[in-house]
Structures are given as structure tokens and as C-alpha cells.
Design a protein around this ligand. Structure first.
Ligand code: SF4
Length: 694
């Protein structure tokens, strides 16, 4: 224990890491931040935190922070440090020039799920109101975009259905493709507490993650499915529920579209979906699958939590719809203890989606093609909005390679490291004539940038983050921005340098505009948040203090919609050259591409990515514990050290993507979800062979 003494003052704010959204007291002596203490009144964490939120804030004052803007004419030239005025005039001039030369749809933006709602809202507004197009996308493209599609189609909204407190009323918890111990640690603690009280656990995951078996917790069923077969397993569970008469017919008659239900039942009862017929494909013993389906359907309140192991597949959206089908079949929607809950990875991935970051949706998930929706924003912004949906991130990169997309403003994202098929991302960035990176550090994407605008950390800004349970939490300024500006101010300066006339003086005014234009945020203001601590959207006249549980009396879509979920094998095939299947994930001590956690001197920050391989697969390749190995796929290859473990099944290998030295995404494929283009990070056919090192 390090004795820090009594702090002179403290500021309540929100962790900038995962989607749990823990509240903290930042304690200061003078201007010096001395520690982060979990805030006992924080509704998402109730006084708890994990190692990242508690200790990994050192990056905010790391020597690698870039505090002065930089520009260069070409990416081959060295950076030139300049004043803000010059950098903004340079960026604005280039972007305007590109639009004049190549048309208004030749530029776009990428918003960040690490930035606040207010910052994200302004970046998409920059695209729509200043660039004059809908070329705006978000890093949620590569994580939870299938959630938006799948839950939108079935329930009418992509929102997670519950608050975190709800798990305390669950009798059966199903975790699909998520590793909450590493990804959402504080939620995992609450879940484990409930399991120790007797709730039953079912885990669907190719790896034996910590939650399957840890201190005093053991899953009733672990279904170690073959990567890429989620839809087959979920449909087989539905088959069991339907054919064994475990359907909650009263719920379906009252709450769901009956015709669609009958059509779905005709599909799902077919023998080809039985666990026995699916066993060879999925690798899941039929008896276990039947047992898991029966337990979920009959064990009391059944809650499903899922993660990127569901979404980052070529059938990610289909699996999300299959999960929603399971919940509707069993009546597990609309009360405490049940529901369907995406465990959002980044601190504000929910918020970045809510704020209209997608190229087809204005804030509040309203389609840009709808004239009455456009009219709301046209009146508020005083511009005409392009009715044509814009480009997604992969389409921006494709268009750049083809020569029609020329300029990008990228806030708080490192797409070169985080997006799939690194070579293609690099080719797209290289083909652009103006790349503006707005970030804390010179990240990998900045290698292809012409303008670097210094960003501000979560400790240096006012705003809000929205966590995985739709809870809008306040972010408060703990210290003045080291670069002189909060991120929303930089976006405003760029917009005005391009001819706009924005005049926000505080982030609260941006939230007021969001509330005025977005029905689910109608009652939200900084004053309300300061009074209540936090609220969960929808927060409007009907629910002035927010909504902990969604779909209580009826679905947002009116009736719930059953959707047929036909399994289709991914085009990524293993074979003689690439016989193993690689799946990727994260570890507790790191966060995404590691830009923040790698810059925090602390405890056990793992210094490198390693490859988990089953001892049998290692032995036949002559690989021993700690050996360097070459990991190769059809896309590329990298070198990393191996660790032998039976956490992965034979035929499956696993690694993380936290370190640029590994560049795990050099290996991943460019296949993606059929509906949303979310990359298929979770299935790549690979070969592993001994190596002498990088
Ligand atoms: Fe931060 Fe998530 Fe850890 Fe909470 S659980 S402290 S939000 S990283």
C-alpha cells in the first residue's frame, strides 16, 4: 500500500477503458493527480474497479503525448511542428481543395468510441453539415455493428436490455463469445457473486475462459464450439426448446409477431438442426447442447450476455438475431434478471453508435433517408443534409484505393493497427491526399497522415460516456488540457476553418443540442446528470429518470420479430496449407491496441502478445513453451512466442492484438459480416511453424 496523504480535492469522473463505465474519484494535490479511487455511489460499479481503471491512467501524462500540432506536405517528409492556427488552416484548405476537385463525397470522418458523446456528435456533424456527406463511421464497425443490426431487426433497438444490477436476479446466465473476467472485470465480479449464490452458468466459447472454471465458480455447461459455428449452435438450442415443448407460448402470443413465430418454428424444428446432426460440424457434444438448452429454457430467469465472439464473424448479425430468438422463445425479455445484453468493449461504444456515427443513421438510430428525420437536423444545423447514406470504413478504404475517396479526419482511432488486413488499410491511407489524425500519440495510422492534431485525455475534458447498460455517465475535467483544447473544441475549430459558424462554449451546450434533436435523450442535461449521478436512456417525458429495463410492456418495435437463422459456413476455410483456426481476444491488463496501457508503468503489464496453442498441436510442430513461432495465413504472417495450454482445443490457436510489434491483424482475413461489414477477426485459417524470432 502506498500512502498518498490526504488529497486537497477530488473530482468525480468516469473510467475511460471498458464498457462497464466505472465511476471514480480522481484525487489531486494541487494540479497533481495522486490516485483514482473507485466511487462508492457509482451506479455501474458501486465502489469497485479493476486494475486498469485504478492504476492505468499514467498514459495521460506520458512523455509520448504530442502537445503541438504538426503538418507535412507528403507522408515521406518529416513532421513540422506548427501553431494551431496554421495546422487548422492547412487541414481546412486541403479538405476544401479535395472537395472542390473531387466532389463533396470524396472526404469523410471516423469517430472514436473512446471519446465523449459530445465529441462524437460533433465529428459526425462535421461530416454532415460541413463536408456535406454521410461518410461517417465508427470503430464500432469492427466490434458491435452486428448488434445494431441484429437487435434492431428483432427488438427494434440495438440497446442492451438490462442494467448491470439485473444479473443479481438471474437464475441462469448464458455467456456467449465473451470473456468478462478480462474484458469487463467489474461486471464479471458481480456475475461471479451471483453464481456463488447458486445461479447456473452456461458458456459458449471455443476457449476455456476463466469464467468457465475459477474460484468457487464452475459452469454447468461449457460448449467449446468450433470457431465460426455460432449460428449452428444457437439454432440447435432453439431446436431443442421447440421440439421438447419448452416454448413460452403465452409470452409469444402477447408480445411477438405470431405469423413470423410460426414460420420460424417450421424452420427450426427441422431435423437437420438437431444437436445430434450438428455435433460433427460444431464440435459440441449433443448431450451438452441439449442440457444447456433445457437449463436456459426451464431454469428460471435466463439472461444472455455476449461479446465480440458473437459479432466478429461473417454471420455476426445472424447470431445476434438467433440469440434474440432464444430470448423470445423462452419469454426471457422485459423484466429484471433476464434479457439480451451485448458486453460493449470500449468505454463509449454505445454512445458513439447513439450519436449518429454510422453512415446511414443520424443520432438516435434514425435513417438518413427519412425526410422528416433530416428536417430535424436541417433546422437545428441550418444546412441541407445529403439524403444518400455514406461509406463505411472498409468502403472508404476501398474507394481510396480506387481513387474516389481522398480525405479523412480520424479522431481517437488507430485503424492501421485495429482494423483487419493491415496491408489493405495501409494502401487505402497511402492513396489519400489528406489524412488528419487527432489523437494523444503518434499512432500507427499517423505514419500515413499529413496533419496531426493533438488530442486531450479523459482527465482533461467535460462530457459524457454511455456504458454497456445505456447509462450516461459524466466525464469531468480533472486538469486543464495539456494541448490547450478539449477534443470537441478542436473539431469546432476545424469546422469553422472550413467555413462553419459553430459557437459552442461548453460541452453541456452540445448535450443540450443532442437532447433537442434526439428523442431517447430528450430529458438529458448536465444538470440532470449532476443531480442524479447518471441516467440510462431512453430518458424522456415517459421515463424522466431513465430506463433500467427495456421492452417491459412491448418491444420498441411493437411486436418482437423472429427471424430465420440459416447457418452458412464462412468462406475462410482451413485446409492442408492452413490447418489451424486462429481466434483473437484481449487480456485484463491491456486495452485494445494498447496505446494507453502500454504507456502506463505499472504492475503486470504483459510486454508482448503470445500465441496460445494446444500441447498436441505444438508437439507435432516441434514447438516448445516460450519458443518463437511463425504465424501465417493467406493474408500475411507475423512472429510471436508460443505458450502451450489446453485452454484452447486441438486445432484452435489464440492470440491478442495489444502490441504493434506483433501486428496480429496482418494475419486476419478481410471477410466480414454480411450485413454490417464487421470484420471476421474470430476465424482465420493459419499455420504455425517454428521460427528464430522476428
Ligand atoms: Fe474501467 Fe472497465 Fe475496469 Fe471499470 S471494469 S475500472 S470501466 S476498465
Amino acid at each position: 500500500v502506498i500512502e498518498m496523504g490526504t488529497p486537497e480535492r477530488s473530482v468525480i469522473t468516469t473510467c475511460a477503458y471498458c464498457g462497464v463505465g466505472c465511476s471514480f474519484k480522481a484525487e489531486l494535490n494541487g494540479d497533481q493527480l495522486v490516485r483514482m479511487v473507485p466511487y462508492k455511489h457509482g451506479k455501474a460499479n458501486r465502489g469497485h474497479s479493476c486494475v486498469k481503471g485504478r492504476f492505468a491512467y499514467g498514459y495521460a501524462q506520458h512523455k509520448d503525448r504530442i502537445l503541438k500540432p504538426m503538418i507535412r506536405d507528403t507522408i515521406e517528409e518529416p513532421w513540422r511542428e506548427v501553431e494551431w492556427d496554421e495546422a487548422l488552416a492547412f487541414a481546412a484548405g486541403r479538405m476544401k481543395g479535395l472537395q472542390q476537385k473531387y466532389g463533396r463525397r470524396s472526404t469523410g470522418v471516423i469517430t472514436s468510441s473512446r471519446c465523449t458523446n459530445e465529441e462524437t456528435y460533433l465529428v459526425q456533424k462535421l461530416a454532415r453539415a460541413v463536408f456535406g456527406n454521410n461518410n461517417t463511421d465508427t470503430c464500432a464497425r469492427v466490434c458491435h455493428s452486428p448488434t445494431g443490426y441484429g437487435l434492431g431487426k428483432t427488438f427494434g433497438t440495438s440497446a442492451g436490455t438490462q442494467d448491470f444490477d439485473s444479473v443479481e436476479k438471474s437464475d441462469v446466465v448464458v455467456i456467449i463469445g465473451a470473456n468478462p473476467t478480462d474484458g469487463h472485470p467489474v461486471f464479471a465480479s458481480r456475475l461471479k457473486k451471483r453464481l456463488r449464490q447458486g445461479a447456473k452458468l452456461i458458456v459458449l466459447d471455443p476457449r476455456r475462459t476463466d469464467i468457465v472454471r475459477s474460484a468457487h465458480v464452475e459452469a454447468a455447461y461449457h460448449l467449446p464450439l468450433r470457431p465460426g459455428t455460432n449460428v449452428a449452435v444457437v439454432t440447435a438450442m432453439a431446436h431443442v426448446i421447440v421440439t421438447e415443448g419448452l416454448v413460452n407460448e403465452a409470452f409469444i402470443r402477447e408480445r411477438c409477431d405470431w405469423d413470423e413465430f410460426q414460420y420460424y418454428v417450421d424452420f427450426v424444428r427441422q431435423d437437420r438442426h438437431s444437436p445430434e446432426n450438428m455435433q460433427a460440424l460444431t464440435g459440441v457434444p449433443a448431450e451438452d447442447l441439449r442440457g444447456a438448452a433445457r437449463l436456459y429454457a426451464t431454469g428460471g430467469n435466463g439472461a444472455i450476455y455476449y461479446g465480440l465472439g458473437v459479432t466478429e464473424h461473417s454471420q455476426g448479425s445472424t447470431t445476434v438475431m438467433g440469440i434474440a430468438n432464444l430470448a423470445m422463445l423462452t419469454g426471457n425479455v422485459g423484466r429484471e434478471g433476464v434479457g439480451v445484453n451485448p458486453l460493449r468493449g470500449q468505454n463509449n461504444v454505445q454512445g458513439s453508435c447513439d450519436m449518429g456515427s454510422f453512415p446511414h443513421e443520424l443520432p438516435g438510430y434514425r435513417h438518413v433517408k427519412l425526410p422528416d428525420v433530416r428536417e430535424i437536423f436541417e433546422k437545428a444545423w441550418g444546412v441541407e443534409i445529403d439524403p444518400e447514406p455514406g461509406l463505411r470504413i472498409p468502403n472508404m478504404l476501398d474507394a481510396a484505393v480506387e481513387g474516389t475517396f481522398k480525405g479523412l479526419y480520424c479522431q481517437g482511432e488507430d485503424i492501421l493497427q485495429s482494423d483487419p488486413d493491415t496491408h489493405h488499410v495501409a494502401a487505402g491511407l497511402k492513396a489519400m491526399e489528406c489524412v488528419i489524425v487527432h489523437d494523444l500519440f503518434l499512432n500507427e495510422t499517423a505514419n500515413y497522415a499529413h496533419v496531426f492534431l493533438p488530442g486531450s485525455s479523459f482527465l482533461e475534458k467535460e462530457g459524457t460516456f454511455t456504458n454497456a447498460e445505456r447509462r450516461i455517465n459524466r466525464v469531468r475535467k480533472v486538469m486543464a488540457p495539456l494541448n490547450g483544447y478539449e477534443d470537441w473544441e478542436v473539431t469546432q475549430l476545424l469546422a469553422n476553418a472550413m467555413g462553419a459558424n459553430w459557437h459552442y462554449t461548453h460541452a453541456s451546450q452540445i448535450m443540450d443540442e443532442i437532447a433537442a434533436t434526439t428523442p431517447s435523450f430528450a430529458n438529458v442535461s448536465f444538470d440532470l446528470l449532476d443531480e442524479k449521478g447518471s441516467v440510462q436512456w431512453p430518458c424522456n417525458e415517459d421515463a424522466p429518470e431513465g430506463t433500467p429495463t427495456m421492452h417491459v410492456d412491448h418491444f420498441v418495435s411493437g411486436k418482437g420479430h423472429f427471424i430465420v437463422t440459416e447457418y452458412l459456413a464462412t468462406d475462410e476455410k482451413s485446409g492442408p496449407r492452413f490447418p489451424l483456426l486462429l481466434t483473437t481476444g484481449r487480456i485484463l491488463s491491456h486495452y485494445n491496441v494498447g496505446a494507453q496501457t502500454r504507456r502506463t508503468a505499472n504492475v503486470v503489464w504483459h510486454p508482448e502478445d503470445v500465441l496460445e496453442i494446444h500441447p498436441h498441436d505444438a508437439e507435432v510442430r516441434g514447438v516448445n513453451e516460450g519458443d518463437w513461432v511463425r504465424l501465417a495465413s493467406r493474408s500475411g504472417e507475423t512472429t510471436l512466442k508460443a505458450t502451450l495450454t489446453d485452454r484452447v482445443a486441438p486445432g484452435v490457436v489464440y492470440t491478442t492484438f495489444h502490441h504493434p510489434a506483433t501486428q496480429a491483424n496482418v494475419v486476419t482475413t478481410d471477410f466480414s459480416d454480411w450485413a454490417t461489414n464487421c470484420p471476421e477477426y474470430k476465424v482465420t485459417a493459419v499455420q504455425v511453424s517454428p521460427s528464430n524470432g522476428p
